[in-house]
Design a protein around this ligand. Structure first.
Ligand SMILES: [Zn+2]
Length: 110
């Protein structure tokens, strides 16, 4: 008895959108969550020691990728100055940013 197994499956490839619907939704959520976060009484000031500036940005201490983007537990309130400074100054970022590999605080070498 012969079985016919040669039915061809047609794979329809979807074109890749520039921004996936998921990311678009995340962006909207982020805009709202960000405002709510910065509205909390404990998030009014920059999280950097000794800085008393008003926080008007979010520092993603564990990066912006994946679920961290919307995960407030990885967010810190940050002033504009230190937000830029954390991008430019590797010493400062080592001190305050969570390691992307372990998810834990980076070890500070002295
Ligand atoms: Zn600051």
């Amino acid at each position: 008895m012969k079985k016919s197994n040669d039915k061809k499956e047609t794979v329809v490839k979807k074109p890749i959108a520039k921004f996936s619907p998921k990311r678009k939704k995340e962006n909207r959520q982020y805009t709202i969550k960000r405002l709510q976060f910065l509205d909390q009484p404990e998030n009014q000031r920059c999280f950097i020691d000794g800085c008393n500036n008003r926080a008007d940005t979010i520092e993603h201490t564990a990066g912006r990728w994946g679920s961290n983007y919307l995960d407030e537990s990885t967010w810190k309130p940050c002033c504009n100055f230190h937000n830029l400074e954390l991008e430019r100054n590797s010493e400062l970022s080592e001190k305050y940013q969570v390691s992307k590999i372990s998810g834990k605080q980076k070890i500070i070498k002295r």
